[in-house]
Ligand binder design. Structure first.
Ligand SMILES: [Cu+2]
Length: 280
């Protein structure tokens, strides 16, 4: 009898605490720290595109999205999807480096990934984004024009190596440079064809930051970028000793340690043929 009473009290305690908890749950705003870029639409769904500042631009972009059912206005939590950006140029069409689109951990409805726009739109040439997605075994698709303006400083560089491969190298961090030793990361991709841009593995990105306006001085204690097995990007340290305009001269080394693009900076050579830019 005593045992049963104990169980009863225990059950009551669990039920009481559970119902108290659920009463207190307010819906989490999963896009609270994001800004909407645009809402795309087909017959069945609204797709909201987000980024940190509500814009896309030439270079590396982290993009989030959520899908809302037009009927019921509920967000979809169990979609599988892929995206395909296409640049419509006068003479040709091509895509760009992209990640897979995956559910953001800890959210119900938010999906995320990255897109590297190696070219900006112009008066006559533009980008579209196609989303192919499936919900409960039913396939859907949606395509809309997106705005990809040029970045003010060079955040992505496209070049051909001595191996005749076309590469795309994009700055990821620092996105907010400081007078400090900054964590630096870039993505390195190769152009397999007009539509496929896989990540390049086991290379090295050598960096030499310079201030052209101040005698082209460098900074000490920079660390060249090597590939992380976790995110497949290239990581190193970038020491910025003052604010202003910095040109980050680059050399790309293949897995054999051979430089396949870029030149060392010195007295007779003020810049490498490949570089990124920062100004802060
Ligand atoms: Cu293009």
């Amino acid at each position: 009898m005593k045992f049963i009473r104990a169980i009863t009290i225990l059950c009551l305690a669990i039920f009481t605490s559970c119902s108290t908890d659920s009463d207190e749950i307010t819906p989490v705003n999963e896009v609270a720290d994001l800004v909407k870029i645009q809402t795309m639409e087909n017959d069945t769904h609204l797709v909201e595109l987000y980024s940190i500042d509500g814009q896309l631009e030439q270079g590396y972009n982290k993009v989030s999205l959520r899908i809302k059912n037009k009927i019921g206005q509920k967000f979809v939590s169990d979609a599988t999807l892929e995206w395909k950006p296409i640049m419509h140029m006068e003479a040709t069409q091509h895509s760009c480096p992209v990640s897979e689109v995956t559910k953001k951990p800890g959210t119900e409805s938010l999906y995320e990934g990255f897109i590297v726009f190696q070219m900006a739109e112009n008066q006559t040439e533009y980008w579209t984004l196609t989303l192919n997605y499936a919900i409960n075994g039913v396939d859907y698709t949606l395509t809309e024009t997106i705005n990809v303006p040029a970045s003010t400083r060079r955040k992505v560089t496209v070049f051909t190596g001595t191996d005749d491969v076309k590469y795309i190298l994009a700055l990821i961090d620092p996105s907010e440079p400081k007078v400090a030793t900054n964590d630096m990361s870039v993505g390195v991709f190769k152009m397999e064809n007009m539509m496929t841009f896989p990540i390049v593995n086991s290379y090295k990105v050598k960096i030499d930051p310079r201030m052209p306006s101040m005698g082209n001085h460098s900074s000490p204690n920079n660390v060249d970028l090597t590939q992380s097995s976790a995110d497949k990007f290239y990581h190193g340290k970038l020491n910025l000793t003052m604010t202003g305009y910095w040109k980050i001269n680059l050399q790309l080394e293949n897995a054999l340690g051979e430089v396949i693009k870029g030149e060392p900076v010195g007295d007779t050579n003020e810049a490498s043929s490949i570089f990124l830019e920062l100004e802060f």
